[in-house]
Design a protein around this ligand. Structure first.
Ligand SMILES: NC(=O)c1ccc[n+]([C@@H]2O[C@H](COP(=O)([O-])OP(=O)(O)OC[C@H]3O[C@@H](n4cnc5c(N)ncnc54)[C@H](OP(=O)(O)O)[C@@H]3O)[C@@H](O)[C@H]2O)c1
Length: 217
């Protein structure tokens, strides 16, 4: 599958490498692909991943991953050309984080009656947005392994077929089938859940080795 990834932060790069290893063609979108900032990383990633502009990555992707810090989310959507998203599955990893004080955990810039997932869907009304992978640190996004056990991933979105694709792509990366919470408004619950993950990170001296699992009996 052709996957366009918007974002060259840790999330974009980890997912690009994971999807490439799983056999997909990946284009990683950035403001200036010629800047050289990705040269070393691309050399390590090898064939099957290219750095391109945000608009080229969005046009290329059959599925588009949105992996941008919230402060620049709208700017990147505008750069990526919203027309390119029509009908496509958009996997939205974003959390609407606002950093009030250095060294302190961020707060949510949106919540309770709205969410980043809903905002991304409003910015891209013709896309099929799925909130996906926002509740785990990037170091465990690919082949998560917690002493032989795997965490669970919760998702939400308005389109059933898009959520099936989202689950298949999660499984390509070594996750169990995802747990679907419902429509995109359930991002209002998934984004605070990311704050649980982030708060625990701060409380444990930035230990990233935790993830969520739903226990059943
Ligand atoms: N980090 C994690 O482990 C983690 C886990 C779960 C969810 N998330 C969420 O996933 C999303 C991505 O996180 P991240 O840490 O990987 O990414 P990030 O570093 O916050 O964002 C990277 C992207 O932001 C773009 N950017 C920076 N300044 C910009 C500007 N002024 N105008 C336009 N674009 C600008 C960069 O563009 P260039 O490529 O041009 O530099 C880059 O592609 C976030 O919403 C985060 O909350 C993160």
């Amino acid at each position: 599958m052709n996957i366009g990834i918007l974002g060259t932060g840790d999330v974009g790069k980890v997912l690009a490498a994971g999807f490439k290893t799983a056999g997909n063609e990946v284009m990683l979108g950035t403001r200036n692909p010629a800047s050289g900032k990705l040269t070393d990383w691309l050399a390590q990633a090898g064939k099957g991943v290219q750095a391109v502009t945000f608009s080229q990555a969005a046009a290329f992707g059959e599925v588009i991953v949105f992996a941008i810090g919230w402060a620049h989310a709208k700017a990147v959507i505008d750069l990526a050309n919203p027309a390119s998203f029509k009908g496509k599955v958009v996997l939205d990893t974003s959390n609407p984080l606002f950093f009030e004080q250095q060294g302190q955990p961020p707060v949510l810039a949106l919540g309770h009656t709205d969410s980043a997932g809903e905002q991304v869907q409003r910015w891209l009304p013709k896309a099929r947005v799925v909130k996906w992978f926002n509740i785990v640190g990037n170091s465990h996004m690919v082949k998560p392994d917690f002493a032989g056990d795997k965490p669970d991933m919760f998702i939400c979105g308005n389109d059933a077929a898009a959520k099936t694709t989202a689950s298949e792509l999660a499984q390509q990366l070594g996750w169990p089938p995802v747990i679907d919470l419902g429509d995109i408004s359930k991002s209002r619950y998934l984004e605070p859940l990311a704050m649980v993950w982030i708060t625990h990170l701060f409380n444990t001296g930035f230990n990233v080795n935790h993830a969520f699992k739903l226990l059943r009996k």
